[in-house]
Write a protein that binds this ligand. Structure first.
Ligand code: GUN
Ligand code: FE
Length: 458
């Protein structure tokens, strides 16, 4: 075997989900990484034992062995995060969406004109998301061009795979005067931002720009059309909020007599590289259109619990094969942890469940078959996110970017406990999804580069 392309190898126990709804436990596997940061091979003991590769890599100091308490999982993918809202996290989540945006979000986002403030907050946010195991993040920035570039540069500098959008808002009916741009300025700055991100020194595809109309109430139809034309002509990523609450859904109906999806489709904003946050109130026709275009949905379970006044039809979307991943929706959440989003996606799916009391007739309360499993939620935060982004990430598979996280159960004072002889691989994965805290995340790699290394007792 030719080992010259291999930069390093990791030997240990790993979990991933090559098929939606199923997990694979790779016990004592050897994962090798090439000079481009891609996975070169994933080998089981019977495949590497007689080859001498482990000894060769170890002899050259290029082998990392995981301990028995450490598990490797694919890097977590956050499909929806509002970077400037990081200082807002934990505030006002008992308010309706419109009040929350007006009272907290818009005044805070307006502060990012101050570049020094942007540097401080974005440095802290990107460090925290990486430290929680988020190797890829799709960010809304603020309205401002230069501070949005600060966010893109921070991601590149710290080594996070990122998709960053300068937010567009021009409708005077819904956007405050202090936090709004003209359609012309919004489009010009979107074009400039797109160009600048592609040209950032050292950016070899790690950071991409995203065309970002905030949501239908914040944009005039003219701006939506201009952004749609630009995104189509330049094959850009697009992100926006879609049918996220009663209020937002009704707004589109009243203004256009259409669903959000119909408006995005008509204005050229819906394609393979479009990410739709929330998407709670979809019609059957909407779902067919999303599927046909290959757009992705960012399910944000905790945020939906706060603002949607309804539950997401995750089970149905997954069953229909719609591209679907998870988003933290910081700051409409209380943590950037994508494993917490996994757990919340499961509980969210269960609130729709039919009551099963023998005293109540079937169908009286709730619906049947709404539940998703912990493994399905983990698929969404890894492989499903990669599929939504149309990127080769989220799996341990040759040719995929080596984005990976070590979860260590041996760190002191934590809830993740694995009991020898009592926990099967399925139990261990469920515990990792449900109880991992940031302290358990001890090492993180993005595209083969180690970006987090916490020295631990383990
Ligand atoms: N809809 C429009 N803007 C926002 C935002 O910043 N957060 C959430 N959760 N929903 C939105
Ligand atoms: Fe959001």
């Amino acid at each position: 075997m030719d080992h010259s392309e291999i930069v390093f190898g990791i030997l240990g126990n790993a979990f991933h989900c090559p098929v939606m709804g199923e997990f694979e436990y790779l016990e004592n596997a050897l994962i090798t990484v090439d000079t481009a940061g891609r996975i070169q091979a994933v080998l089981r003991p019977e495949e590497y034992q007689s080859s001498g590769i482990v000894q060769a890599l170890e002899g050259q100091g290029r082998l990392q062995r995981l301990t028995a308490s450490q598990y490797l999982i694919p890097g977590l993918i956050d499909l929806h995060n509002h970077a400037p809202q990081w200082p807002q996290m934990g505030k006002g989540l008992d308010l309706p969406l419109y009040d929350w945006l007006s009272n907290y979000t818009f005044p805070l986002e307006a502060k990012y004109q101050d570049l020094e403030f942007a540097r401080q907050v974005y440095g802290d946010l990107v460090q925290s998301t990486l430290s929680s195991g988020t190797t890829s993040a799709v960010y809304f920035s603020s309205l401002h061009l230069e501070p949005s570039l600060v966010l893109a540069e921070t991601c590149l500098d710290k080594g996070q795979r990122a998709f960053v959008g300068k937010v567009c808002m021009d409708d005077p009916d819904q956007c405050p005067d202090y936090y709004r741009q003209s359609a012309q300025q919004s489009l010009y700055e979107t074009e400039t931002f797109n160009h600048a991100v592609a040209g950032m020194k050292g950016n070899q595809g790690l950071v991409s720009s995203v065309v970002t109309p905030r949501f239908i109430p914040s944009c005039t139809e003219g701006l939506l059309k201009e952004l749609g034309q630009f995104a189509t002509a330049n094959d850009c990523y697009v992100q926006t909020h879609c049918s996220e609450s009663d209020w937002a859904r009704d707004y589109s109906q009243q203004k256009y007599g259409e669903t959000d999806i119909s408006v995005y489709e008509r204005t050229g904003l819906l394609g393979r590289k479009t990410l739709l946050a929330h998407s709670i109130f979809l019609t059957n026709q909407d779902i067919l259109i999303i599927k046909d275009r290959g757009a992705g949905i960012a399910h944000c379970p905790l945020s939906n619990m706060c603002f949607a006044n309804a539950a997401m039809t995750t089970r149905e979307l997954l069953d229909q094969g719609v591209h679907c991943g998870l988003g933290s929706d910081v700051a409409a959440s209380v943590t950037p942890s994508m494993l917490r989003s996994c757990f919340d996606a499961v509980t969210h799916s269960r609130v729709r469940e039919e009551g099963t009391s023998t005293h109540r007739p079937a169908g009286e309360r709730g619906e049947s078959n709404t539940r998703i499993s912990l493994v399905e939620s983990f698929w969404m935060a890894t492989a499903g996110g990669g599929q939504s982004l149309d990127q080769n990430i989220g799996l341990f598979k040759a040719g995929f970017g080596f984005d990976a996280v070590v979860v260590d159960a041996a760190v002191p004072d934590c809830d993740l406990t694995i009991w020898p002889g009592m926990d099967s691989p399925a139990d261990i994965l469920e515990k990792i999804i449900s109880t991992t805290s940031r302290h358990n995340v001890t090492r993180v790699w993005v595209q083969g580069r180690q970006v987090i290394d916490k020295k631990t007792a383990g």
